[in-house]
Design a protein around this ligand. Sequence first.
Ligand SMILES: Nc1nc2c(c(=O)[nH]1)N[C@H]1C(S)=C(S)[C@@H](COP(=O)(O)O)O[C@H]1N2
Ligand SMILES: [Mo]
Length: 249
Amino acid sequence: MSLITRRTVLVGAGAGLLSGCDKLTDNTTFRKTLFSANKVNEAIQRAVMNRNALAPTYTPEQMSPIFRANGTTRPAGEAYAAHVASNFADWRLVVDGLVARPMSLSLAAIGTMPARAQITRHDCVEGWSAIGQWHGTPLHIILDAAGLRTNAKYLVFHCADTRGGRRYYESIDLIDAFHPQTMIAWGLNGRRLDVAHGAPLRLRVERQLGYKHAKYVERIEAVADLSGVYQGGGGYWEDVAGYEWYAGI
Ligand SMILES: Nc1nc2c(c(=O)[nH]1)N[C@H]1C(S)=C(S)[C@@H](COP(=O)(O)O)O[C@H]1N2
Ligand SMILES: [Mo]
């Protein structure tokens, strides 16, 4: 069963095009090919795959010597620059929306929570991958502390960066939110997360493609539906370019 993955179909449909070029997503034919494969596969995947299954993990020897950074690599503006200058001492992760106990967590508070580490492969829709070790706080621990209300169905991750005037954001459902490998990461390869990779906090949602892994997360909002959130697509790239909301791999 595990052979029938999105990746199998994706590679079958687009292998010749996946050359790692940044501009591939500008190519409409490429994206149409990719996403029609994704659509078929999403149906297969929903039918046969266990969404709670773990993403593959790797050994330290398999880690990529260089982990590429992509998308925003440094949010613009004075506010973020001030956070960098103070080493994120005043950064807060707000958890609100449909929760019993809204929270505003400092990095120090997050640092007292149980942590995990995992070596996983990041797969970008543009055709590159990198294996790295992520350190972070399992998202379910933060959600349990906040106490999700029974009508909460999705989590929205609001980011500190904008692209072309639109805020970057992403969203996931509760299956991925409570998946044991889903975490709010604050470390990569044994170091504090650097600015290029999303400092100080970013989402890791290991069963999905790279664009779902929101960097520079400053707010997690629990909602009942996504239609009223930004443009309603559930994510920046979903709104802007029609990327699939569920980007399972
Ligand atoms: N806030 C924010 N998160 C983001 C992006 C972005 O531009 N802004 N780009 C996404 C994409 S397309 C990818 S592939 C990964 C890249 O993560 P990396 O820079 O750590 O490699 O971040 C994702 N998360
Ligand atoms: Mo990506």
